[in-house]
Write a new protein. Structure first.
Length: 271
């Protein structure tokens, strides 16, 4: 089965596997920048993992909305685009796809640096790290990238190197349902693919907004699970982007992706 077929399985439902992991890895106690970082500037990567990722991904800045950002991704020229998915030794590489919601968020931040300039930013479900990279490029004062896959964290460091940036702090804890962190801005793309996970996100984001007045921006191409969730009534569409042809082909008919501002009613609570 080629990776393209694997990608299809992911889009049609295999993401439930990842959703179960998000739900099962409970967040710990109060988080702070230093305590939750598994990687930071200057920390070296496992040489074997680095070599594997460098050999089995392609550096590209084409086919997506942010040509300013170079990324290591799985592309048709990579071995594992054709190999059986089970041969990939580190678990499903969700991070190796630049998903449409993340593309929209990254494009918006690059075009509107005032959104992040001088602010602390959490990139939740960071994947390849593109949105966190965009935030750094646009002048964010602090950036924390979060993904539950440790290989994603390693890939983010490689992607920082590609873009001549010092690696930002990265945590691989599941911080959903943990104590609300004090960030100025939370950004998350392509996270509403499972109803139970979406419910958890809804609840936790409400808490962050209520306690810390955190701003929340969500990137999503309009998947059914997102548009049909109750959170949809509390979203304001900020901007919509037409997706490049390459991204359309890899996402089976999705033609655009949007950035949404999450603005829950003041009557909502976190009980």
């Amino acid at each position: 089965m080629a990776f393209r077929g694997w990608n299809c399985l992911l889009l049609l439902g295999r993401q439930n596997t990842l959703a179960k992991v998000w739900r099962s890895r409970r967040g710990g106690p109060s988080l702070c920048w230093k305590r939750c970082c598994h990687w930071s500037a200057g920390k070296s990567l496992d040489p074997e993992v680095r070599a594997f990722l460098e050999e089995n991904t392609e550096v590209t800045n084409s086919g997506h909305l942010t040509p300013e950002i170079r990324l290591r991704l799985l592309t048709p020229r990579c071995r594992f685009w054709r190999e059986k998915p089970d041969l990939w030794p580190y678990g499903d590489p969700f991070w190796a796809i630049y998903w449409p919601g993340g593309q929209a968020l990254s494009r918006y931040i690059l075009d509107n640096p005032r959104v992040v300039k001088g602010r602390s930013v959490l990139d939740l479900g960071s994947g390849c790290g593109a949105t966190a990279i965009a935030a750094v490029m646009s002048g964010a004062s602090q950036v924390l990238a979060n993904d539950i896959d440790p290989i994603a964290g390693m890939a983010m460091i490689l992607n920082c190197e590609l873009n001549h940036l010092n690696p930002f702090p990265i945590t691989i804890k599941n911080i959903i349902n943990s104590e609300a962190g004090n960030w100025d801005l939370i950004v998350l793309g392509d996270m509403f693919y499972d109803e139970q996970l979406a419910d958890g996100l809804h609840h936790w984001l409400q808490k962050c907004i209520r306690i810390h007045q955190t701003e929340v921006l969500i990137g999503d191409p309009g998947r059914h699970q997102f548009l049909s969730h109750s959170i949809r009534s509390q979203l304001h569409k900020v901007i919509e982007y037409s997706l490049p042809e390459c991204t359309r082909q890899e996402n089976y008919g999705l033609t655009s992706s949007s950035v949404w501002s999450y603005q829950p009613s003041n009557t909502l609570d976190d009980s």
